[in-house]
Design a protein around this ligand. Structure first.
Ligand code: ADP
Ligand code: MG
Length: 477
C-alpha cells in the first residue's frame, strides 16, 4: 500500500511511483477510454463497462465484476490487457485481480433486454456483422490444415485419435455419443475436432457446427440481447453434428449451461452427434452442473496425454518434411528434448526455424537453432539439477541416494543409476564427463553406455518406459 499523507517522497527515476488510492479514479478513466477505443463500443458496453474499481493492495489492484460469469469472461478475454494498461499507467501496479462483488448492477445482457434504445445506440456505433441467417454462420470455419492426415499419432494420443476417426466414419454410433476429448493445452484437441468436421463435411451431406464454448456463450447472449433466442435454438438443433471446444469456459455460467444442456439433450435424442473438448475430464470439471456432467460422461471419454519424446520427434519430422526445409535430426532431437510443454510450442519453434532458413537462405544447424530460438529456449530452460534427478530417481526405486555414486553394481542399484544418468543427459545441459563426475567419478563412456542402454530398454519394456517418462515429467514440472 502506498504511504499516504506524508510529504512528497523523492523517487528515483526508475522506481515505480507509489500509486495512491486517490490516483486510481483518473487512471481508470484513462484506461477505460483506451479500452473502449481498442475493443469498440459494443464490446465495451457488454463486458468492460461492468467493471468497478476495488482496493489497491500493495502492487495488486482489485477490480470488481457483478457476476462470476462476467468475471470469467473478462478475465479470459481482457485480463492480460487490463494488467498491461494498469502497469503502463503506474509501475506500482503489477497485478490486476478480478473479483466478483455481489449486489452490483445486473449484467448488461439483462440490462440491454430492458433498455432496447441503449442497444440501438451502442450498436449504431459499431459495425454490425450480417444477421446470422444460415446454419453456417453459426459455426466457426474449420481450419483445413487440421486433418487426420496431418495428425501424428503416438502412444499419448492414439486412443483419442481412434475415437475421433470412428466418429468421423460413423457419427452417432451408440457408445460414441457424445465424444468427450480432454487434455492439456496444445495437445491436439482442436485439431482432432476440426479433422472430424472436415471429414464429415467433405461429402457435403452432413452439417457440422463447430464453435468454442466462449463463442457459444457469446452467441447465446447476443441472441438474448436481440430477442432471438428461438432462432438461435433452432439453428443449433438443426445441425447433424455439434462440436463445442474448450467447454471449461462454460463453467459457472448458469443460464448458458442450462441452454447447452437442453440443446445437448435435444440433439442426442434426435440421433445427432456431439463432440466436446475440455482441459479436464467430465468428473474433474468443477463448476459443471451434475446432470450435464453425467450426460457428458455417458458416451466416449478419451484423454490426450502429455507428449512423449518419441511423439515429439515424429511430429517434428512430419512438420519439417512438410515444410520442405532440411532440418538435421540432431536439431529435431534437440527441440524435442528442450520443448516438452506442448505441441503448439514445439510447432512454433520449428516454424520460426523454418521461416529463418527460408528468409536468409541458410541451412538449419544446431548453432543457428540455438541462436534463432534463444528466447524460447531460455524460457524452457528447466534448470533441473543432477542432484535433484538423483534424489527423485533414488526415491522412486527406493534405493539410497549414496548409491548413485557408490561402486555397487547390483542390478537393483545399477539400473536406477543408469536412469538417473539418462535423465541428467536429457534434462540438463551437462556434458557426459560432467555427469560422470557427479556419479562417483565415473568415466564419460559409462554415462554414454547408460544413456543408450536406458533408451534401448524403454523401447522394449513399456512399463519401464512409463516409469522413466513419469520421472521426467515430475522433474520437469
Ligand atoms: P488444443 O486444442 O489441445 O489446445 P490444438 O489442437 O490447437 O491443441 O493443437 C496445437 C497445435 O499443435 C496445432 O497447430 C496442431 O495442429 C498441432 N498438433 C497437436 N497435436 C498434433 C499431432 N499429434 N500431430 C500434428 N500436429 C499436432
Ligand atoms: Mg484447442
Amino acid at each position: 500500500m502506498a504511504e499516504d499523507g506524508t510529504a512528497r517522497q523523492v523517487v528515483l527515476d526508475d522506481m515505480p511511483t507509489p500509486a495512491k488510492d486517490a490516483d486510481l479514479e483518473p487512471r481508470w478513466a484513462r484506461i477505460s477510454e483506451r479500452l473502449k477505443a481498442e475493443v469498440g463500443e459494443v464490446e465495451y458496453r457488454t463486458w468492460l463497462k461492468q467493471i468497478t474499481l476495488g482496493p489497491l493492495e500493495e502492487d495488486e489492484l482489485v477490480l470488481y465484476l457483478p457476476t462470476r460469469f462476467l468475471r470469467d469472461w473478462v478475465r479470459g478475454q481482457y485480463g492480460d490487457r487490463l494488467q498491461q494498461l494498469w502497469f503502463s499507467e503506474t509501475g506500482a501496479i503489477r497485478r490486476v485481480e478480478l473479483q466478483v462483488q455481489r449486489g452490483r448492477p445486473a449484467p448488461v445482457a439483462e440490462q440491454l433486454v430492458a433498455a432496447p434504445d441503449e442497444i440501438a445506440a451502442a450498436e449504431e456505433l459499431a459495425p454490425q456483422p450480417p444477421a446470422p441467417d444460415t446454419r453456417n454462420d453459426l459455426a466457426a470455419p474449420l481450419d483445413p490444415r487440421f486433418t487426420f492426415d496431418s495428425f501424428v499419432v503416438g502412444k499419448p494420443n492414439e486412443f483419442a485419435y481412434a475415437c475421433a476417426r470412428r466418429v468421423a466414419e460413423k457419427p452417432s454410433s451408440p457408445g460414441f455419443n457424445p465424444l468427450f476429448l480432454y487434455g492439456g493445452v496444445g495437445l491436439g484437441k482442436t485439431h482432432l475436432m476440426h479433422a472430424i468436421g472436415s471429414e464429415l463435411t467433405r461429402g457435403g451431406r452432413v452439417s457440422v457446427a463447430y464453435m468454442s464454448a466462449e463463442k457459444f456463450m457469446y452467441r447465446f447472449i447476443a441472441a438474448i440481447r436481440s430477442q432471438s433466442t428461438m432462432e438461435f435454438k433452432e439453428q443449433l438443433r438443426s445441425v447433424d453434428v455439434l462440436m463445442i471446444d474448450d467447454l471449461q469456459f462454460l463453467i459457472g455460467k448458469d443460464n448458458t449451461q442450462e441452454e447447452f444442456f437442453h440443446t445437448f439433450n435435444a440433439l442426442v435424442d434426435a440421433g445427432r452427434q456431439i463432440v466436446v473438448s475440455a482441459d479436464k475430464s467430465p468428473s474433474d470439471l468443477s463448476g459443471l452442473e451434475d446432470r450435464l456432467r453425467t450426460r457428458l460422461g455417458c458416451g466416449m471419454v478419451a484423454d490426450i496425454h502429455a507428449t512423449t519424446f518419441e511423439l515429439r520427434i515424429s511430429i517434428l519430422e512430419a512438420k519439417a518434411q512438410a515444410s520442405g526445409v532440411q532440418v538435421p535430426a540432431k536439431v529435431l532431437e534437440f527441440l524435442a528434448h528442450k520443448i516438452t510443454s506442448n505441441v503448439r510450442e514445439l510447432e512454433g519453434a520449428l516454424n520460426r526455424l523454418i521461416a529463418h532458413a527460408n528468409l536468409f537462405n541458410r541451412p538449419v544447424t544446431l548453432e543457428s537453432t540455438q541462436e534463432v530460438l534463444h528466447d524460447i529456449l531460455k524460457a524452457h530452460d528447466r534448470r533441473v539439477t543432477i542432484e535433484e534427478i538423483q534424489r527423485k530417481v533414488a526415491e522412486h526405486w527406493n534405493i539410497r541416494l549414496t548409491d548413485m555414486s557408490s561402486a555397487r553394481r547390483a542390478r537393483a542399484v545399477a539400473r536406477p543409476r543408469q536412469v538417473a544418468m539418462f535423465l541428467a543427459k536429457q534434462l540438463t545441459s551437462r556434458s557426459l564427463p560432467e555427469i560422470g563426475r557427479k556419479f562417483g567419478n565415473r568415466d564419460h563412456t559409462t554415462v554414454m553406455h547408460a544413456v543408450s542402454r536406458v533408451a534401448e530398454l524403454m523401447e522394449r519394456d513399456t512399463a519401464f518406459a512409463e516409469d522413466v517418462e513419469l520421472l521426467r515429467r515430475m522433474l520437469e514440472s
